[in-house]
Design a protein around this ligand. Structure first.
Ligand code: CMP
Length: 136
């Protein structure tokens, strides 16, 4: 049985602003991901609030939503065997300070907020997050 999955990846405003999107996409491709769809968009704060609704009770929710809507982002559907886990491995720990060598957040992340990339945390959430940006 095939274990091919899809996951949602976001290149966040700090990385787009530093023109890192091609370098980050190369890291995905070199790890064997297919980028099935991608678009560069600039979302509103209320769209960010809807996207990050699972975090609405967290103290960092407001800053997180203000940040994700602060500039252009690149949203992508990534395909790979066990894509959700593989992407989380490639991104590294949420806080770049804790991320391992060779991960995107170790290489490019600035802080826990400006951590350069987002990735779905489960297969179920991947479906929801992909639909959020690519339902047409
Ligand atoms: P991301 O994978 O996009 O999911 C939610 C984001 O909240 C996370 O990356 C971080 O950028 C941000 N964040 C800010 N503070 C925290 C925190 N204390 N714990 C977890 N995530 C945080």
């Amino acid at each position: 049985m095939s274990n091919i999955e899809h996951t949602l990846s976001i290149i966040k405003p700090d990385a787009v602003e530093r023109k890192l999107e091609n370098e980050i996409k190369e890291m995905f491709k070199n790890t064997g991901f297919n980028i099935l769809k991608e678009k560069k968009i600039h979302i509103t704060k209320s769209e960010a609030e809807e996207f990050y609704k699972v975090h609405e009770t967290k103290p960092f929710y407001n800053d997180l939503c203000a940040y994700l809507s602060s500039g252009p982002i690149v949203v992508m559907i990534l395909e790979h065997e066990h894509a959700v886990l593989r992407n989380r491995d490639l991104m590294g720990a949420t806080n770049p300070k804790d991320a391992e060598e060779g991960t995107i957040r170790k290489k490019y992340g600035i802080s826990i907020d400006k951590n350069s990339v987002h990735g779905s945390d489960s297969v179920e959430n991947a479906k929801i997050e992909i639909d959020f940006f690519f339902k047409d």
